[in-house]
Design a protein around this ligand. Sequence first.
Ligand SMILES: Nc1ncnc2c1ncn2[C@@H]1O[C@H](COP(=O)(O)OP(=O)(O)OP(=O)(O)O)[C@@H](O)[C@H]1O
Length: 371
Amino acid sequence: MSFLEITGVRKAFGPTTVVQGFDLSVERGEFVSFLGPSGCGKTTMLRIVAGFESPSAGTVRIGGEDVTDLAPNARRIGMVFQAYALFPNMNVADNVAFGLKIAGMARAEREARVDEMLRLVGLPHVRDRYPYQLSGGQQQRVALARAIAPKPRVLLLDEPLSALDAKIRVSLREEIRELQRALGITTIFVTHDQEEALSMSDRIVVMSDGRMEQVGTPFEIYNRPRSRFVASFVGTLSLLEGRTVIGERVVVAGQEIEAETPGHGVGEAVTLALRPEAVSLVTSRERSNRLTGEIADVAFLGSVVRIRARFGENEILIDTFNDPATPPPERGAAVTVHFSPADIQCLDAATGASHRPLARAAVASAEPVAV
Ligand SMILES: Nc1ncnc2c1ncn2[C@@H]1O[C@H](COP(=O)(O)OP(=O)(O)OP(=O)(O)O)[C@@H](O)[C@H]1O
């Protein structure tokens, strides 16, 4: 049995079911993200694990113990919320000591643990400050120190980074992950930010409309999305609308390309999906599987240049690495792009299912995936 077992959980508020068919086993020390758009039920699921909501059906087990009917404070979990939830009238040390005091820890031991926790989150110098004297990032680090001080069995993080500046968000991601690894604490992290989930998680649960769409490692979720929803929610994807012709070929914007379209007969409409990093600009004539169109937009992102090219009604995003010797193409310029047939994913318009893994992963390449 896994350390945290969520079995058959369903949750309804009145007539509205907001979570259903939720089954998940989390190993000890694992970092699992619940990823999905606003309203998909991820916070509700986290609150069920925490004990703030009771499920309409199903059970939650931690360390083999059925905690479904236990109050939150009896579950030995730690939680960090999105909004700064520090007690404003207490200084940092008292905030971090809060759970320890409730647990009846002696003063000297408490003080030592507070110091240890503040060192762990890199804030030994803010001990006597009040929350309003801290930056947003510092407040969240104190909230993290407060959550882990009582040595919880499970750490629950509800969008803890979403109120912070982009730069701090990225550095705190790494800090949280490092700390989580060092402590070996089983963690569930709720986010609607796919980059956050991809970069931090051992596994991701992608949720939509109260259901689990897919569970997998970031690599699996990105490269082998099981549904159109997962394919388009996680990462960036260009969709091409085409029509199949004889010989594994598809006509897109009046041009023929090679693409496998399993399950589609000749003459059928088909949707093809492509990741931006799978497309390259063609500089010589020899490459097959090309489409010619026009540059619609160029975004210079620094190390990566993201180009939006138009092919009739279709648009393709292309990520190329910055080359200091070659300025990016101009808007309106003609462009020819190339992609390998293996990098094309054929989506089934009717069911939203994807027929085959996205590209490179299919050959189990160890190539790092740009996010
Ligand atoms: N106490 C409640 N009573 C009634 N409906 C609720 C309650 N709590 C949540 N809901 C509804 O349940 C659905 C899922 O909400 P939940 O907060 O779990 O989604 P979420 O994925 O976490 O979204 P967000 O990222 O916006 O927080 C929403 O439609 C929400 O309105």
